[in-house]
Design a protein around this ligand. Structure first.
Ligand SMILES: *[C@@H]1O[C@H](CO)[C@@H](O)[C@H](O)[C@H]1NC(C)=O
Ligand SMILES: *[C@@H]1O[C@H](CO)[C@@H](O)[C@H](O)[C@H]1NC(C)=O
Ligand SMILES: *[C@@H]1O[C@H](CO)[C@@H](O)[C@H](O)[C@H]1NC(C)=O
Ligand SMILES: *[C@@H]1O[C@H](CO)[C@@H](O)[C@H](O)[C@H]1NC(C)=O
Ligand SMILES: *[C@@H]1O[C@H](CO)[C@@H](O)[C@H](O)[C@H]1NC(C)=O
Ligand SMILES: *[C@@H]1O[C@H](CO)[C@@H](O)[C@H](O)[C@H]1NC(C)=O
Ligand SMILES: *[C@@H]1O[C@H](CO)[C@@H](O)[C@H](O)[C@H]1NC(C)=O
Length: 760
């Protein structure tokens, strides 16, 4: 018996605690760990402000909520929202416009029974709409939990988009068993394909009897096909995530439905119960087998879906818990790209990752060896025995195999093989064998993903919109580099809701993202270009494929209007190649003269627009020809996010100060100051003679930052930045006074000179 490293490599033991020391740095050093500071960060309040382009919809007062299901119709421009006891129809252009809604509660007797069983009236015993699937041009199929008594129906949208009928047929509510879960909290997936509903759901009150079902939505027949109940080789406490219909070849006989889920892994160490993610598939033309497989799938196979970071010695870090899956269509319908969002089940560190899979790698796992377990006391091994014909998992085809026209014609040895071998030996590995994107040690988990393929000036880019469990949306662009590597940049982090993102729909036609939570639905434009900054360089440095500089502002980019003045460089983000105004010379920044009083502090403001920019300060002292760079901490110098703080200036500090920002190999001057130092003596004199008399502000700004002050920064709860901000406003006032002072001084000197000239 062969013990291959595969199953044992997955073990995350207490060893991880030790490993974490070198693991996280090594993750960081690897290409997959990138700048995780968003280029643009908007708080909930920013998005809610009237000048924001985000629109929020809250439904009715006191009713509804739990907006877990969204269905977008791009052509007719509406968005269906499934919530508690209601289905709403919103206009995707304008969420505030009058809405249509259907009240669809659970039956009274089911609510009573549900309450009787000890469930909560508001969080359990209602009709939570979990499924909305388009049937044809006029009808949508809807299912709800019906107070632990699932129900399904057709919703009539009628032909007229202006005035849709939008109603439930009065009589035709049917049982939702095998189509929709009993619980509003159970993870669930379903896909309607050619009049059949393929669903991963449980069919009992307790949620123990979970299976992959196929039922018909058109006939009232109770006929169904399912995975075997209570057999952990088929499914073991599964949590379903997604399902898709994907053609395998040009022949419709080969069409398959793919399911994505996670489950307790039978093949991992029995002692520590581990969760693995899976991809499973069934043939659409599977009508069940003979003998022990009557009304059971006879083509059901599953494989492990791996999303891990390679570590030294094969000790990979695994992200085992699939949270969401998105299918990005390509020109080839047989080969979409699969995006999966994963999180860790590790108690040692929190983290999420996005991995992408090709259909080729998924098919390779299903075409590879089977996993095999001889008996209860044996290990899982690679199956080396004879494989029956037709190969298990093959769809029957009248055209190619006259002997096996349907799955009921499969031979007995195949039937018995299928009952014991659902699991493939080889796992499915992601493209590049590592995550595309990771977030580790952050306060949230990634929960949802949609991907947009964006046409930019220099090519196509995939932009990920990721929803988190704390209501954020991250916008991440993936930029290909040499050697098949990619670079991921977080363009935006939007705090849309205060509760988890439940559902997302992308409208490429309207350039909008619809997201829902328990309390609201929001419509977000895909870009907020103007917030990157007014300058061409800011726009270019952002590297947002949705944005370009149009000669006047940073605005949204459409590849169709080929205006030559559009400036964009997603790949390199190099403003020198794009922005002509830079050619005028980097040092056209206005020179500001500031006055500092000897022995006191002064603050020179310089705050870059981009949080990704590094700031450098240099000085050319008045008495010298050479320039030197200033460093935080040396000689009473503090460099903060907002500027340079000189804590105790001396006459030798006088000179030319230059603040430059450095981002992505691009640097530019942000501010230039000429610092003039006024001797303490003068101030005291002049102050006594002029300022106190002229009553300009009774309290002169305290400007020397003593150690006591620095201590206070900590004690008063202010950060150094906030302190500097306060200091800056005081400093502004003080500069004004000093400027008056200097002017008075010069005026006096001039007068004195004049006097001297005319003195006899
Ligand atoms: C909205 O306007 C305020 C004040 O003019 C500004 O500070 C804020 O950045 C703006 N927000 C957005 C999202 O444009
Ligand atoms: C959206 O609809 C509301 C209500 O009909 C209307 O007041 C508002 O002007 C519309 N907004 C836009 C942008 O069309
Ligand atoms: C039902 O759940 C809600 C929300 O969690 C809670 O406020 C309420 O007290 C619960 N009701 C009962 C009867 O447990
Ligand atoms: C759409 O499906 C519904 C439900 O099966 C059916 O009643 C209706 O006739 C269909 N409409 C069209 C145009 O096929
Ligand atoms: C995780 O974050 C915490 C605080 O946010 C920090 O103290 C800790 O060093 C971080 N750990 C790693 C491994 O980055
Ligand atoms: C300079 O700092 C001292 C305290 O160290 C203060 O009394 C004085 O007013 C300050 N002078 C000016 C001009 O800010
Ligand atoms: C500046 O402070 C130093 C040290 O506290 C002191 O020796 C010096 O006399 C002060 N200079 C002026 C002009 O007040």
């Amino acid at each position: 018996m062969r013990i291959v490293g595969l199953w044992s490599a997955g073990c995350i033991c207490p060893l991880l605690v030790v490993l974490l020391q070198w693991l996280l740095p090594s993750i960081r050093a690897s290409g997959a760990w990138n700048q995780n500071i968003p280029r643009l960060q908007l708080a909930h309040a920013d998005l809610r402000s009237s000048n924001s382009s985000a629109v929020f919809w809250h439904g009715g007062f006191g009713v509804g909520g739990y907006y877990e299901t969204l269905l977008l119709d791009e052509d007719r421009g509406w968005l269906l929202v499934g919530g508690r006891d209601y289905v709403y129809m919103l206009h995707s252009e304008n969420l505030s416009q009058t809405i249509h809604k259907i009240h669809w509660p659970a039956g009274r007797e089911h609510i009573e029974r549900c309450k009787h069983a000890g469930k909560n009236l508001s969080t359990d015993c209602a009709n939570f709409v979990r499924l909305l699937q388009p049937v044809n041009k006029t009808h949508v199929y809807a299912c709800g939990t019906g107070a632990y008594h699932p129900q399904c129906t057709f919703i009539d949208l009628s032909h007229n988009a202006e005035e849709p009928a939008f109603r439930l047929p009065s009589n035709a509510v049917e049982s939702g068993r095998g189509k929709c879960p009993f619980s509003p909290h159970e993870p669930f997936t379903a896909r309607l394909s050619d009049g059949d509903l393929y669903a991963g759901t449980s069919v009992d009150f307790m949620g123990n009897n979970a299976a992959i079902f196929r039922t018909s939505v058109h006939t009232s027949s109770q006929h169904y096909i399912r995975t075997e109940a209570y057999h952990d080789h088929w499914l073991n406490e599964p949590e379903f995530v997604g399902s898709f219909s994907i053609p395998d070849t040009h022949s419709v006989d080969d069409d398959k439905i793919y399911f994505f889920f996670k489950e307790t892994a039978v093949e991992s160490n029995q002692l520590d119960k581990r969760i693995y993610s899976r991809v499973a598939r069934v043939c659409k033309n599977d009508i069940g087998g003979k003998r022990s497989l009557i009304n059971r799938w006879s083509t059901f196979l599953k494989a492990r879906l791996i999303c891990s970071v390679p570590g030294p010695g094969g000790m990979d870090t695994h992200f085992d818990e699939l949270e969401d899956v998105f299918l990005l269509e390509t020109k080839d319908p047989q080969n979409p790209v699969i995006y999966g969002v994963f999180s860790t089940s590790s108690s040692v560190f929190r983290g999420s990752a996005v991995c992408i899979y090709s259909m080729a790698s998924i098919r390779a796992a299903f075409n590879g060896p089977f996993a095999h377990k001889e008996g209860p006391d044996y290990r899982w091994v690679e199956y080396k025995g004879r494989i029956p014909y037709p190969r298990p998992g093959t769809c029957p085809s009248e055209t190619y195999d006259a002997l096996h026209k349907s799955t009921r014609d499969f031979p007995d040895d195949l039937v018995s093989f299928m009952r014991g071998h659902q699991l493939m030996w080889e796992p499915v590995v992601p493209i590049h064998r590592r995550p595309l994107f990771m977030q580790i040690n952050v306060s949230y988990r990634l929960k949802k993903v949609v991907v947009d393929r964006v046409e930019a000036e220099d090519g196509q880019y995939n932009v990920l919109h990721l929803g988190t469990d704390d209501g954020k949306i991250l916008k991440v662009v993936s930029i290909p580099k040499e050697n098949w590597e990619t670079e991921e940049i977080i363009l935006e982090e939007l705090s849309v809701f205060q509760s988890p993102i439940l559902s997302m729909e992308l409208s490429t036609k309207r350039q909008a993202l619809f997201v829902s939570s328990a309390d609201a639905v929001a419509r977000l434009p895909l870009q907020r270009c103007e917030l990157y900054g007014k300058a061409c360089a800011d726009c270019c440095l952002a590297r947002d494929p949705y944005c370009a500089w149009d000669g006047a502002t940073c605005s949204s980019y459409f590849s169709t209007n080929k205006r030559r003045s559009r400036r964009q460089d997603v790949r390199y983000g190099d403003p020198w190649s794009q922005c002509q105004d830079l050619a005028d010379g980097p040092d056209d920044t206005e020179l500001k003269v500031v006055y500092g009083v000897e022995n006191n502090s002064t603050f020179l403001e310089c705050a870059p627009r981009s949080p990704l920019a590094a700031v450098k300060w240099s000085v050319q002292p008045s008495h010298s020809q050479s320039t030197r760079e200033l460093h935080h901490g040396e000689d009473d110098i503090s460099i903060t996010q907002r500027g340079l703080l000189l804590q105790r200036i001396t006459s030798s500090d006088a000179g030319l100060y230059l603040c430059t920002s450095h981002e992505h190999s691009f640097s530019r001057t942000l501010a230039r100051y000429e610092l003039q130092v006024i001797p303490q003596q003068h101030v005291t004199n002049v102050r006594n003679t002029h300022l106190t008399e002229s009553k300009v502000g009774g309290n002169f700004a305290p400007s020397s930052l003593s150690y006591k002050d620095l201590h206070l920064i900590g004690v008063s709860g202010l950060t150094a930045d906030e302190y500097c901000e306060q200091l800056w406003y005081r400093e502004k006032r003080r500069q004004q006074k000093l400027r008056t002072l200097k002017w008075k001084q010069t005026a006096e000197n001039r007068k004195a000179r004049v006097r001297r000239q005319y003195e006899p």
